[in-house]
Design a protein around this ligand. Structure first.
Ligand code: IPE
Ligand code: IPE
Ligand code: MG
Length: 244
């Protein structure tokens, strides 16, 4: 992608969250097993990372596996686990070279030790990188996240308020997403970042995840740039009407 195609400065979200949906349908439409769609989905994620680096988006959070995805057929779950292991083995070095800081959010202790080790290693070798923080939500559920934060506070006998609870969520310290992109045509959150999405701009695309490319990312950012965020307030009056 050429530099000329970069989005206008000042209108790029600081944090984009993505529900990468539609892999299964992408494959089924081609008479391929669903797992083929997941495989190509990894390439789409690599494209998204490159796009975010080019657009100078500092935070990206992707939904790779929900706490409910364990309920899929055993073969699909097991193929996904193999794919996570493969992708980490293949991609960590390049991510590190690109200046990406990798983080995994979710209940990681449910995964087999090899995958847990690769996730920890990926975090460790990229820990000093500052260009783009890539949070991968894996065995993640928004309700679980809120409950584990409340439990941590209760255990310490600390008061539960919005500030203390936010500070115990998996992504504490990361700014809340400005833009949520969901591909695949469904218009739902599916238990992603329930707390953090309170004032996020939502963008739903019918493009299936494996087909999501740089142009699709630019279209999402352009749509975001045209929105007026109000956070419960009223819009400012036009300049000519301002009262001193
Ligand atoms: C999203 O694609 C990837 C994961 C949930 C791991 P899907 O597998 O949900 O694809 P569709 O929605 O069935 O097409
Ligand atoms: C959400 O997609 C989870 C991920 C993309 C990892 P799903 O395909 O699991 O969501 P539902 O079941 O359509 O709501
Ligand atoms: Mg789906």
């Amino acid at each position: 992608m050429s530099k000329a195609k970069k989005s206008a400065p000042g209108r790029v979200p600081s944090h984009i969250a993505v529900v990468m949906d539609g892999n299964g349908r992408w494959a089924t439409r081609r008479f391929l097993p669903r797992t083929a769609g997941h495989k190509v989905g990894v390439d789409a994620l690599k494209r998204l990372v490159r796009g975010c680096l080019l657009e100078a988006v500092p935070h990206l959070t992707v939904f790779a596996f929900s706490s409910e995805n364990w309920n899929r057929p055993a073969e699909e779950v097991s193929a996904l686990m193999d794919l996570f292991v493969q992708a980490l083995r293949r991609e960590t070095r390049e991510l590190a070279a690109q200046g990406v800081r990798l983080r995994f959010v979710g209940r990681l202790d449910a995964f087999e030790p090899t995958l847990q080790d690769l996730m920890r290693e990926g975090e460790a070798v990229t820990a000093e990188n500052l260009r783009l923080q890539l949070n991968v939500a894996i065995n993640y559920g928004g309700r679980w996240d809120i409950v584990q934060a409340a439990q941590a506070l209760a255990l310490r006998g600390e008061p539960i308020d919005e500030t203390s609870l936010s500070a115990h969520l998996c992504m504490a310290g990361v700014p809340e997403p400005d833009l949520l992109i969901r591909t695949g045509g469904e218009r739902r959150i599916s238990n992603f970042l329930l707390w953090q999405l309170a004032y996020t701009e939502l963008y739903f695309s019918d493009v299936l995840w494996p087909d999501f490319d740089e142009a699709a990312l630019r279209a999402a950012i352009a749509d975001y740039a045209a929105r007026e965020r109000r956070f419960g307030r009223v819009p400012p009056p036009p300049p000519g009407l301002r009262v001193a």
